[in-house]
Ligand binder design. Structure first.
Ligand code: FCB
Length: 509
């Protein structure tokens, strides 16, 4: 049995004391006459449009805990994290940051930050434990209470239906490589929308289906940890189909004013050189990393080059049934982009092919790139975050402007942020200037896209709180709010105070 307890910290200071001290110090150091105070009163150099959604994002399994409460049954992430060797230190989301019990405190924190919107995910096995049959009222009640608390603080909820926690029952029945999972997903979407549609007006079907399909069933670094290129491609199609069927179910159940979106982790793919072999490598990664989703969703077809690259792995004619593409391409209202770092690739280089198997979410001898598994990945220039992800905000501007040009949809940045080795100071505060620099640079990148005409409606910082970072366990801290994993005390980091100021002023300098 592996440990389920996050690493102990010895430098803990209770949250309330810490934040009181932090804010006292902040206000003492910025009297009205300082340049900082004068700047704060002036409009920001880069103002964002009125109504821009200033948000933060989380996901159920990463924060809720209460894994066995209220009738919830295991998801694939419970099973995976409880399997020895799958996550760092054998850590699990059993307790996570206990948001299930502390959501009121967390919403108050959001209000203190001035967030105008909050993106969270609904836990499928909390709402529909076996992935079939009626919804569980206790699960729905939790989300009703959360939505009510948000409403009380004027924070607009954005609910993601699927952030990777497939009910284990459905994985036992074959998981995403099996068509039935798409149908079950649409049923669950309908149940959630019927129960919560009066409180939640923005819905995201899937979070990062690329990760679900290719890390879950290809490289196996994510749940359920399977390693079949063919199954990964089947999973991708059934996730697409699940998305389309869910869009139909949501439209039928929600008021006509509701907005429906999907969140894709599109890759800003860059060839290492202009050599035709490297251009071909970039094309292949773009096909199986991006266009495998945007093709069917927005053009109603899988790209020909993707089909050709993968035809030896799956029988697409058998996989894609009549009518599937019409379902998948149902119109949506917003496109969510999750962006962290660009992707630099070349044709296979002697002795370097193994790097192709490292995708940034964990190493595996199995490739998450079916049909492109000989492509070599290279480190983009730029400083690295604690995930080893190079910092390069230009990829965000590039993707937003390209998406605007190609699809013309309103856009949301549904995730962006960075993990760093945060240090808790003797007074309990966390000074995280690198995270501030990261967010500032990426907000500037969003602003550039706005100036170039992209209709970007909001930005959701990943993440509100430090949390369970999947295969990395609790070691990687992405939060604007520090969580002490012994006491579960929350302490806003300097980046949280800085972000609050950005929101208050409506932009950055
Ligand atoms: C994204 C996930 C999110 C979090 C960030 C760091 O791929 O959607 O849950 O893990 O990466």
């Amino acid at each position: 049995m592996t440990s389920t307890v996050p690493p102990a910290r010895t430098d803990a200071v209770p949250a309330a004391r810490t934040s009181a001290r932090t804010s006292a110090r902040t206000s003492a150091s910025t009297p009205a006459s300082t340049p900082a105070a004068r700047t704060a009163a002036e409009p920001p150099a880069r103002a964002f449009p009125p109504g821009f959604r200033w948000g933060a994002a989380t996901a159920a399994y990463q924060i809720e805990g209460a894994a066995a409460e209220g009738g919830r049954t295991p998801s694939i992430w419970d099973t995976f994290s409880h399997t020895p060797g799958r996550t760092a230190g054998g850590q699990t989301g059993d307790v996570a940051v206990d948001h299930y019990h502390r959501f009121r405190e967390d919403v108050r924190l959001m209000a203190r930050l001035g967030l105008t919107s909050y993106r969270f995910s609904l836990s499928w096995p909390r709402i529909q434990p076996t992935g079939r049959g009626p919804a569980l009222e206790s699960g729905l009640d939790f989300y009703r209470a959360l939505a009510d608390e948000l409403a009380e603080h004027g924070i607009r909820p954005v609910a993601t239906l699927y952030h990777w926690d497939l009910p284990q029952h459905l994985e036992d029945a074959g998981g995403w490589p099996v068509r039935e999972s798409a149908e079950r997903f649409a049923e669950y979407a309908a149940l959630a929308a019927q129960a919560l549609g009066d409180r939640i007006d923005t819905w995201v079907t899937l979070n990062e289906p690329w990760c679900s399909a290719f890390l879950g069933y290809g490289s196996g670094v994510h749940a359920p940890g399977r390693t079949s290129p063919a199954d990964a491609l089947r999973a991708a199609h059934h996730l697409n189909l699940g998305h389309g069927l869910a869009v139909g179910a949501l439209r039928a159940a929600l008021p006509s004013t509701a907005e429906i979106a999907v969140s894709l982790n599109l890759h800003a793919v860059r060839p290492l050189t202009g050599h035709s072999d490297d251009l071909a490598a970039a094309r292949r990664i773009d096909a199986v990393g991006n266009r495998i989703f945007t093709g069917p969703m927005f053009a109603g077809a899988y790209p020909d080059d993707l089909l050709a690259d993968t035809t030896h792995l799956v029988d697409w004619a058998d996989l894609v049934r009549d009518g599937d593409l019409a379902e998948i391409s149902r119109p949506i209202d917003l496109l969510g982009l999750n962006y962290y770092t660009p992707t630099v690739v070349s044709a296979a280089r002697d002795g370097e092919a193994a790097t192709a198997r490292h995708d940034g979410h964990g190493a595996s001898p199995h490739s998450p790139w079916p049909g492109a598994d000989d492509v070599t990945f290279h480190r983009a220039p730029g400083e690295l975050t604690a995930m080893g992800w190079p910092i390069d905000p230009t990829g965000l501007t590039e993707l937003l402007t390209a998406l605007h040009r190609e699809h013309g949809l309103p856009l949301l940045v549904t995730e962006n942020g960075a993990a760093f080795e945060d240090v808790v100071g003797p007074d309990g505060s966390v000074d995280d200037p690198r995270r501030i620099a990261y967010i500032r640079a990426h907000l500037a990148a969003v602003h550039h896209a706005l100036e170039a005409g992209a209709d970007v409606r909001g930005y959701y910082l990943w993440s509100l709180l430090d949390n369970f970072e999947w295969a990395y366990g609790y070691a990687k801290r992405f939060g604007a709010v520090h969580v002490d994993y012994d006491t579960l005390a929350r302490t806003p980091k300097a980046s949280a105070h800085w972000y609050a100021e950005v929101i208050r002023r409506g932009g950055i300098d």
